[in-house]
Design a protein around this ligand. Structure first.
Ligand code: FES
Length: 578
């Protein structure tokens, strides 16, 4: 290894491939040279994998080929050797039955791609919802020096003089179509106005939440969360990530030094302060599981309780990610809630989270409200328990209707998504606004894949009365861009024989968010009688990925990882290929 080009104190992993003077070294170098790589690039400089989720079928990540070039430039600036590699991409808007079915599959792709190749460090390029947790999970199981780089949100949607938000306005517009307040041609006009630049959803949906989690966990450079995808500063950030990962390799700053329990606790609190998506709950549980950090639903409730929501962004509020960036972005939020955080948590730039944020400025207090005058008093995720959800369920108070947070109502039950689609708008549906809508068999195993259908639209006859919210309970997730008094992630799920499977039309259900309670008012003996009659649904597949997934996926309270993927194996591979 040349001492001139690498100041690493440790022997780099890549020297096992490119530093050899035998037949295998020849094989590893020679074929690489067909890309025009000069021999002196194999001199022991850090080899950086650029893990790219580019795909034209993932529109939120469709600008990643160009963004990856800026990462490459940064790696070369710092004397590294960049190698871009593709992994399966997950486009939220096109993939059936749900991208969540494939999050763990991508994580396996990432893990094995990193481990099998001669990388010393990795830059993870992430954007659309599931690409972020999938890449973090896979990389965590290898534990090399790693930086997360998000693709950035789209510019604000603009429609007829109004700002419109990805997802959030999809739900609003489709309700307006149902009630006749909007025509089909208006809807087609709105489509183009909603998605008018490269980037991911620009509401505080799951993609923006997870980009914020990358920064909050210390896995991304400061300002990673909010710079718009098309802002030149996103390209600068990509270049800086390329430069920094080379230094991280030289410092041997691995993921496990950053993804500590303190980092996860910070991320949970910051999720509360930004009014982040409920999807962050399952994703952070899964990433922690790969890292060997013990994290539970109770941590979410404990750390989020009392944390006010400071960020006034759709779906809970008014503004969008572009406004959030101009207001100061995540560093301004971190500075505002600094007194709650673990200030010494290390981040990828080698500084602590507090060193990165203590001088941040809030340029717009309408967008990022001060801690003393928060946008909403409760920002965290409420974890509910009771005989309907013995292993927990979640609700996002900042997106819910205050008067429904304590409510008792008659259950109107849909056995699965097909049943719901068939009957929800029927004039014959026996429902009024005080009822509790229950949707079963939409959990990890039941759908399969744990889709975002928990925020299903209200029955047309209720919407026509001007009612905008009802309590909905399911074992599904909801889109981070959605809103409503929606109880999600009920565990165990119906397809596992959880109590949700036993609810019948007319049962009374009580929700009491302040007491974190969800209760089915049916006697234990009656529930036992129903359980004895319950039969599990037929398997969804007898081969392939779906079979493996359904046989091994864990429940929502455990992060919905496959049971055999929890934990990590490091990056060592002892044997050669020839
Ligand atoms: Fe990709 Fe929303 S659809 S982030």
């Amino acid at each position: 290894m040349s001492k001139k080009t690498s100041k690493s104190k440790h022997v780099l992993r890549s020297t096992q491939w490119f530093g050899r003077r035998d037949r295998d070294g020849l094989v590893h170098r020679s074929w690489m040279k067909n890309q025009g790589i000069p021999h002196d690039q194999f001199d022991g400089r850090p080899v950086i994998g650029i893990c790219n989720t580019w795909s034209q079928a993932t529109p939120c990540n469709a600008h990643f080929r160009e963004l990856a070039e800026h990462v490459r430039s940064g790696v070369l600036d710092a004397g590294g050797f960049p190698l871009e590699f593709p992994v399966m991409s997950l486009g939220e808007t096109l993939m059936r039955p749900t991208t969540m079915l494939f999050r763990n599959q991508v994580s396996m792709d990432v893990e094995e791609s990193i481990r099998a190749n001669p990388f010393d460090g990795v830059v993870l390029m992430m954007g659309c919802d599931k690409t972020t947790p999938a890449l973090l999970m896979g990389a965590a199981s290898c534990d090399l020096p790693t930086i997360g780089l998000s693709g950035g949100p789209m510019l604000n949607g603009k429609f007829r003089g109004e700002d419109i938000g990805s997802g959030t306005h999809v739900w609003k517009f489709t309700e307006m179509l149902k009630t006749g307040q909007m025509s089909e041609s208006d809807l087609i006009d709105a489509e183009a106005c909603m998605s008018r630049s490269a980037g991911h959803c620009m509401t505080m949906g799951t993609a923006s939440t997870m980009a914020s989690m990358v920064e909050a966990l210390g896995m991304g450079l400061p300002t990673n969360a909010a710079i718009p995808a098309v802002d030149s500063r996103r390209k600068v950030l990509a270049r800086m990530a390329g430069r920094r990962i080379v230094e991280m390799v030289r410092e041997n700053l691995k993921m496990s030094k950053i993804l500590t329990r303190d980092a996860f606790e910070n991320a949970i609190m910051i999720n509360g302060a930004i009014g982040g998506s409920t999807n962050a709950v399952v994703h952070l549980l899964a990433i922690a599981g790969r890292m060997g950090v013990k994290l539970s639903l109770d941590d979410w409730d404990r750390l989020g309780r009392g944390m006010p929501c400071l960020v006034n962004l759709m779906p809970s509020g008014k503004y969008l990610m572009e406004d959030f960036y101009y207001a100061g972005g995540l560093p301004a939020v971190i500075r505002e809630i600094g007194k709650f955080l673990h200030k010494k948590a290390l981040t990828v730039n080698g500084r602590t989270i507090w060193e990165n944020s203590r001088d941040a400025v809030n340029y717009n207090e309408a967008v990022i409200t001060p801690l003393g005058k928060p946008f909403k008093p409760h920002g965290g995720i409420a974890v509910l328990r009771g005989n309907l959800a013995p292993r927990g369920a979640v609700l996002k108070p900042s997106a819910a209707t205050p008067k429904l947070m304590k409510h008792k109502g008659r259950a109107v039950v849909f056995e699965d998504i097909d049943d719901l689609n068939k009957r929800i708008d029927s004039p014959k549906l026996d429902v009024d606004a005080s009822c509790v809508l229950v949707l079963k068999n939409c959990g990890p195993k039941g759908y399969p894949g744990f889709p975002e259908v928990g925020n299903f639209a209200l029955p047309a006859k209720i919407l026509k009365k001007g009612v905008t919210d009802m309590i909905r309970i399911s074992d599904a997730r909801m889109s981070g861009t959605a809103y409503g008094t929606v109880v999600l992630h009920t565990a165990p799920e119906a397809a596992e024989g959880g109590p949700l499977a036993l609810v019948e039309n007319g049962d009374m259900i009580e929700l009491d968010v302040a007491r974190r309670r969800i209760h089915l008012h049916v006697a234990d003996a009656e529930l036992a009688r129903r359980k004895a009659k319950w039969k599990p649904p037929k398997p969804h597949a007898d081969r392939g990925w779906v079979k493996l997934y359904c046989a091994t996926v864990t429940q929502a309270d455990q992060g919905v990882d496959l049971d055999f993927l929890v934990g990590h194996s490091g990056a060592k591979v002892g044997r050669e290929s020839h």
